[in-house]
Design a binder for this molecule. Structure first.
Ligand code: SF4
Length: 64
C-alpha cells in the first residue's frame, strides 16, 4: 500500500488522524495533514482505508 496526500485539498478536519494516527498527523500551525508513513504496514491498512473514506476533502489517495 502506498498513501498519497494532497495538502492543497486538505481542510484540516482531522478525521484521518482520528482513524489512523500512526500514519497521519496535522501541522501545529494550521492543522493541515502530514503524512508520517507513505508505506504503512499491513496491520494499519484498514485504518488507512477508513481515513481515506472519512476525509471530507478527498485529500487521501491509496495506491495498492
Ligand atoms: S481528514 Fe482529510 S481534510 Fe481532514 S486533516 Fe485529514 S486529509 Fe485533511
Amino acid at each position: 500500500m502506498k498513501v498519497v496526500i494532497d495538502q492543497e485539498k486538505c481542510v484540516a478536519a482531522g478525521q484521518c488522524v482520528a482513524a489512523a494516527g500512526e500514519v497521519f498527523d496535522q501541522r501545529d500551525e494550521d492543522g493541515i495533514v502530514v503524512l508520517l508513513n507513505e508505506h504503512p504496514p499491513t496491520e494499519q491498512a484498514e485504518d488507512v482505508r477508513q481515513a481515506a473514506a472519512v476525509c471530507p476533502a478527498l485529500a487521501i489517495q491509496i495506491e495498492e
